[in-house]
Design a protein around this ligand. Sequence first.
Ligand code: 5GP
Ligand code: MN
Length: 322
Amino acid sequence: MRLNPKIVTQLQKKIAAARSILLLAHEFPDGDAFGSVAAMNFVLKHMKKKVDIAYLRLDNSSWDYLYFFKGLNIHEYSELAEKKYDLAIILDSSNENRLGEQKVLLSRCSFVINIDHHPDNSEFGDLNLLHWASAVGEILYFLFKKMKVDISRETAICLLISIITDTGRFKHSSTHRGIFKVIYEILKFVEPDDYYNIVQHLYSEVSLKKSKLIREALNNLEIFGKNIAFSYIPEDTGLEEGLVDNILSIKGIGAAVLARRVGKNIKLSLRAKDKTLNVRELAAQFNGGGHIHASGASMQLQDLPKQIEEIRQKVKKYFNKK
Ligand code: 5GP
Ligand code: MN
């Protein structure tokens, strides 16, 4: 990956000049959002910067097994309401709205750097480091190399988490051969058991609560046309991350759409494993976006059954035309 050298130079200058830095990612941080922010945090800490992390609605239980988790300087945005920063670095967010309510923090940051891999990124930063990549963690690996910073064990673990999760453990269409080389390089910086521990925690067990949610999603499952799966979860459980993949993994299914309640919103997750299907186009009909084969959208909750029915009809209609 060849990052734009001018942008990298500007970014380095901004980091060098900044004393206080705020790191942010999209709300409901997934592995890429969690890992890329945490990796950047370790690199900046090594450079003796004052760093705060704002995660909004992070599922702590997914990450608190990490030996360094407690030491991360994580805050809810409301705790940072009075603070000012020389610099904000935003990772894995295609636009400012993906930050959710914590967007308000940006007005108190003198400069905003946006580092992302979403093709529909709105370039909302004062400086934008955008590159096609399987994960933001992949961009960071090349950025850190360019910056000639030492990659610590913690940084390497975070980059692994970011890449393993955003490639869907190397099964999404974004998985390219170069990523294995990156993984090979990153593995040099971790301890022998680290990789095993990460994948065990990520993939070897599912809580009973979540298993019951999977059952609910399967109960509500409908199949449109040849291979389109649609389902919904009416409750707000905070455990739906990855649930859409359970539906998508059903043999013969080419694309899956899951709607669920999240606070005062309804969130849609769309995934395709049939490469001819573009779910981003459908997400755009709900004012969402993302990648061609993994996208999402969010809308205000008004009347859940009515809205679920409208979404259902739109999904059905969209794929009927295909
Ligand atoms: P997820 O289904 O995991 O929440 O999101 C999958 C992908 O869809 C994300 O990586 C992101 O690119 C995109 N995405 C999710 N929600 C939204 C949204 O509300 N708006 C936009 N523009 N993209 C979204
Ligand atoms: Mn990502």
